[in-house]
Design a protein around this ligand. Structure first.
Ligand SMILES: [Zn+2]
Length: 346
């Protein structure tokens, strides 16, 4: 089969690869019909997250079940499924309470040995999926792949930031960093009753997409965003701030600054380092700081209903569709922020 492999920073190659096989009886093999390029893939692409050279990358995908192990009860060949990017066994203490992203057997496709076994990724013609009865979710045939592919990762991530941030009807929501996850969070905030959504970024093309979705926009290169957010909130700050940039203490501090007293900062950005946080300021202002990595298993039921009923249409933010052969180009366009959301059709 053909697959997209990582060999080093900015070095992706489409190569022939051995097809995966069923290893455990709870495994399934899934043939991706559409896969997303996610921000986490970009961290690997650029070398921030080191994986094993020659590993297949990608973790956000929808596809068709090709084969199931004899322990798989709920699925069979030919089923259309979305696959949770986070691996969960469905039976540990955390899984039983619905906290799938803290499963004791957590793993993720295509990011190497970070969690033990390096699971091969989804930017390929065939993928081995462990714990198939937990990981797979049936999708009606009539829903286009473009509307459900992000149900695998990006959509529940944005949704988690909003619902776990405790949104209330009428809230003013500020989104710091308007990439695909920020866009999804904004769309979720809208359907969950936000009265105003303020999108902040430095790239005008991204802010244009935010305006098309009906959000107020602020370009952080042009204005003092903290002052502008206060102006839009009678001097208070936002009820809920979504931090969707990650990677630095500076962005966390900015997100905290944008929230009102007793408000919430919901962090979706990717952080790996420890920082000094303004604990005194957080305490005296009673701001809540919460973190979510999204949970495709916990949230897929309600999100699929929202998709079916046209309450949320993620296909609106897909700007580029490429073949597997063109995938390295897709990464380049996403990295250079020419593309907003890129999907690969293997
Ligand atoms: Zn578990």
């Amino acid at each position: 089969m053909k697959a997209l492999k990582w060999y080093g920073p900015y070095d992706l190659r489409v190569e022939e690869s051995e097809e995966p096989r069923i290893v455990n009886e709870t495994d399934a093999l899934v043939r991706p019909t559409l896969a997303g390029i996610c921000g986490t893939d970009l961290h690997i692409y650029k070398g921030y997250l080191q994986i094993i050279p020659g590993n297949i990358i990608g973790h956000e995908f929808v596809g068709i079940v090709e084969e199931v192990g004899k322990g798989v009860k709920e699925f069979s060949k030919g089923d259309k499924v979305v696959v949770s990017c986070w691996v969960a066994d469905g039976k540990c203490w955390y899984c039983k309470r619905g906290y799938y992203t803290q499963c004791v057997n957590i793993n993720i496709f295509g990011i190497g040995p970070l969690y033990g076994e390096a699971l091969q990724g989804a930017h390929a013609e065939l993928v081995r999926v462990p714990y198939a009865d937990v990981m797979l979710y049936k999708i009606p045939e009539n829903i286009p792949d473009e509307k459900v592919v992000m149900l695998s990762d990006g959509l529940p991530a944005g949704y988690a930031g909003i619902v776990e941030g405790g949104i209330k009807a009428g809230d003013i929501v500020t989104i710091l960093g308007f990439g695909p996850i920020g866009a999804v969070a904004g769309m979720c905030a809208k359907i969950l009753g936000a009265s105003l959504i303020i999108a902040i970024d430095v790239i005008e093309e991204r802010l244009k997409i935010a305006r098309e979705l009906g959000f107020k926009t602020l370009n952080a290169k042009e204005v003092d965003v903290a002052e502008e957010v206060r102006n839009l909130t009678d001097g208070r700050g936002a009820d809920l701030v979504i931090e969707a940039i990650g990677g630095s203490e500076e962005v966390l501090r900015k997100a905290i600054e944008l929230a009102r007293r007793k408000g919430t900062v919901s962090v979706l950005g990717f952080h790996v380092h420890d920082y000094n946080l303004p604990a005194g300021q957080l305490w005296i202002s009673e701001k809540r700081l919460i973190f979510s990595i999204g949970d495709p298993i916990r949230y897929r039921y309600e999100l699929l209903e929202l998709i079916k009923n046209d309450r949320i249409d993620i296909s609106k933010i897909i700007t580029h569709k490429v073949s597997l052969n063109e995938a390295p180009k897709g990464f380049e366009l996403f990295d250079k922020k020419v593309a907003f959301k890129v999907v690969i059709k293997p």
